[in-house]
Design a protein around this ligand. Structure first.
Ligand code: NAD
Length: 302
């Protein structure tokens, strides 16, 4: 049976997600767009409807409101303010936590029983707040986490080595932000460890490029949207298609009481399980540093 998705926040990220979704084969049959700017959303719906002639399958796309979440399978949240040049993702926390209180309570009031997928930054904190404000089971609240950073990493390695990014098994973990890190010890190209192919200097350069990718794009075009749009579709397909895909989403870490980016198995129940990864001492210290940063940001809004 076709699935229903409600997108809350139809700016650049929300619409990049919707446009990617319409362009891919999925089992979504109903797509509802919600935004404060109702006129712009009407325009988006009209424009998108004209794409449907070319789409893989029939999708009913319309503008709506929170009552549409009641029978939705997935609510994707991209509403809120974004980084301006010079801002870190954490600079958005105050404005976006206020918006989220209203959004999450309105979604819950609708009787929503599906899965939350959050992209608004700082995404680890906003996902934690979504979990707290909704009182949902933690497995049913997912943040895009470091999925975009992992896609960037695999692209960069693949581009250097002329190998398909699909055959690169490497993960960006931790905060989706300045303290994120790559677990190089477990990274492989096909079956061989990445150190067989790239020197420490090359790995450091790639690491810096990944961590600074958003700043490099924002300095040039003001915001990032296509990459996260595709990541959100990938997570959507894993959930609604019950794929059991391994994706570095932001999931709940019971030991540290934070949401944080780690590879996890994603299916129709949301996060099925987090994959235990053996980290070196240095990598584990980086993970704990990310935990502390997210934790103190959560305390600030609490
Ligand atoms: P944008 O300004 O283009 O769009 C934001 C939209 O949210 C606007 O249409 C606005 O009207 C809407 N909005 C604001 N408050 C709302 C509310 N209370 N209810 C409904 N809609 C509301 O911004 P954008 O470029 O789409 O970015 C959105 C968010 O996504 C930002 O926080 C940005 O930092 C984040 N982002 C995350 C990632 C990631 O990897 N997780 C990547 C890129 C951007």
């Amino acid at each position: 049976m076709g699935k229903k998705v409600v997108v809350i926040g139809c700016g650049l990220v929300g619409m990049s997600y919707v446009y990617s979704l319409v362009n891919q084969k999925t089992n979504v049959s109903e797509l509802v767009l919600v935004d404060l700017d109702k006129e712009r959303v009407m325009g988006e719906v009209m424009d998108l409807s004209h794409c449907l002639f070319f789409a893989f399958s029939r999708i009913d796309i319309r503008a709506g409101d929170y009552s549409d979440c009641g029978d939705a399978d997935l609510v994707v949240i991209t509403a809120g303010v974004k980084q301006k040049i010079g801002d870190t993702r954490m600079d958005l926390i105050e404005a976006n936590s206020v918006i989220f209180k209203t959004i999450i309570s309105s979604v819950v009031q609708s009787g929503f029983k599906g899965i939350f997928l959050v992209a608004t930054n700082p995404v680890d904190v906003m996902t934690y707040l979504t979990w707290k404000y909704s009182s949902f089971d933690c497995n049913r609240v997912i943040g895009s986490g470091t999925s975009l950073d992992t896609a960037r990493l695999r692209f960069l390695i693949g581009d250097r080595l002329k190998i398909s990014p699909k055959n690169i098994h490497a993960y960006v973990m931790g905060e989706h932000g300045d303290s994120e890190f790559i677990s190089w010890s477990g990274a492989s190209i096909g079956t061989e460890n990445v150190h067989e192919f790239l020197s420490d200097d090359e790995l450091n350069n790639i690491s810096n490029e990944v961590v600074n990718a958003a700043y490099s794009i924002i300095n040039r075009k003001g915001s990032t949207s296509y990459g996260i749009g595709m990541c959100l579709v990938d997570i959507t397909r894993a959930i609604l298609g019950d794929y059991n895909s391994i994706i570095t989403v932001s999931s709940y870490d019971l030991e540290n009481d934070v949401y944080i980016g780690r590879p996890a198995i994603i299916n129709k129940n949301g996060v099925r399980e987090v994959i235990p990864i053996t980290l070196t001492k240095e990598e584990n210290d980086k993970f704990l540093k990310s935990v502390e940063i997210i934790k103190s940001a959560i305390l600030k809004v609490k």
